[in-house]
Design a protein around this ligand. Structure first.
Ligand code: PEP
Ligand code: MN
Length: 352
């Protein structure tokens, strides 16, 4: 990919580059108040969603074009750069006409190559930075493909936003970070700036600070954080928004380590271990859920819980698989015995 710096005049190249603002533009007063407060903390790029992709109909789907003039007021009165999400060629046209300095493509859109291509066509000849969020599903190729489509349209100022990946199972995160994916993206396209969106990964205020630090420790270039003058009253994503004051405090606590040091240091590796363990727990809980479903099926069909043949087959196959991945068959056997024991215990609960 042929890339150019996304830095706008007056923006420092020092990590982290910050974009902040509410999830959605709600009212003129909310937009201006939030922007003034952020500007007073030195934030230079203001985000607000004008068109909102919501999971369910009936929730607030964005104020629409009316909000664009509020964003223009922000630019004029605070001197901040402004950015919003675009999901259709119409959005692109309206956003560019309103003088947006940057655009971003949301996670639901970047998962759809048709939609991305239409946006790319609408961006022909445009040279403002375009930030591309990861698709909702953990598919690095799809994410890179979306960036290539935009790049092929002649846009060279591209950055990625890591906002986590959706998962059906219970978790502490709203969207799983799955850090190995953005880490692999960095390896594949080393000169691509990567932002972290702790708000959509965490889904709750308490997680914003640790996620920002984790992103910095992993060498991310920037942060895009949802900030609202009155988070509890926000019309969308209330639980994850923080006040400009809190944002300023969180940023003041960030420890920015030299990239070189952190790639090798133990702390980062330990974080990766924590992440792997989180993944293991998540996958185990998914397996138990399936196992309980099997339990219900067996009960309905009056089958015995323990199906010895199947158990032996699992132990043998997994042992061989484990050996292929460089682990001892004894270790894999132990792990699967323990997993099987817990599955049986959970199925027995269903029989009671
Ligand atoms: C957003 O940034 O407000 C947004 C809708 O994010 P995502 O596309 O990551 O869900
Ligand atoms: Mn949001």
């Amino acid at each position: 990919m042929e890339l150019e710096s996304i830095l706008l005049p007056g923006i420092d190249s020092k990590r982290p580059l910050i974009i902040a603002g509410p999830c959605s533009a709600e009212t003129e007063e909310q937009v201006i108040t939030t922007a003034m407060q952020l500007a007073s903390k030195g934030i230079k790029i203001f985000r607000a969603g004008i068109w909102k992709p919501r999971t369910k109909p009936g929730s607030f789907e964005g104020i629409g074009v009316e909000g664009l003039s509020w964003m223009q007021r922000v630019k004029k009165e605070t001197g901040m750069y402004i950015t919003t999400e675009v999901a259709t060629p119409k959005h692109v046209e309206a956003a560019l006409k309103a003088g947006m300095d940057m655009l971003w493509i949301g996670a639901r859109t970047s998962a759809n190559p048709f939609a991305v291509q239409e946006i790319a066509d609408a961006l022909q000849g445009v040279n403002i930075p375009v930030l591309i969020k990861n698709p909702v599903n953990p598919d690095l190729e799809l994410w890179i493909g979306a960036m290539e489509r935009i790049n092929n349209a002649g846009v060279k100022k591209i950055a990625a936003i890591h906002r986590g990946f959706s998962s059906y199972d219970k978790k502490i995160y709203r969207n799983l970070p799955q850090w190995p994916i953005p880490i692999e993206l960095r390896r594949r396209i080393p000169n691509l700036p990567i932002f972290c969106d702790p708000s959509h990964i965490g889904g709750k205020r308490e997680l914003v600070s640790p996620l920002c630090q984790q992103a910095m420790d992993l060498g991310f270039d920037g942060l895009i954080v949802e900030s609202h003058c009155n988070p509890d009253r926000a019309w969308s994503d209330a639980a994850q928004q923080i006040t400009p004051d809190v944002l300023d405090y969180i940023l003041s606590l960030l420890v920015i380590r030299e990239k070189k040091q952190t790639t090798e240091n133990l702390k980062e590796l330990r974080k990766q271990i924590d992440e792997c363990d989180n993944d293991l727990i998540e996958i185990l809980s998914k397996r138990m859920r399936v196992s309980r479903e099997i339990g219900t099926f067996k009960k309905e069909h009056e089958m015995a819980i323990l199906q010895t043949e199947r158990y032996t087959e699992i132990l043998e196959k997994r042992g061989a698989q484990g050996a292929l991945c460089g682990m001892s068959p004894e270790f894999i056997k132990k792990v699967f015995e323990a997993i099987h024991e817990e599955s049986v215990r959970q199925q027995m609960e269903i029989y009671q």
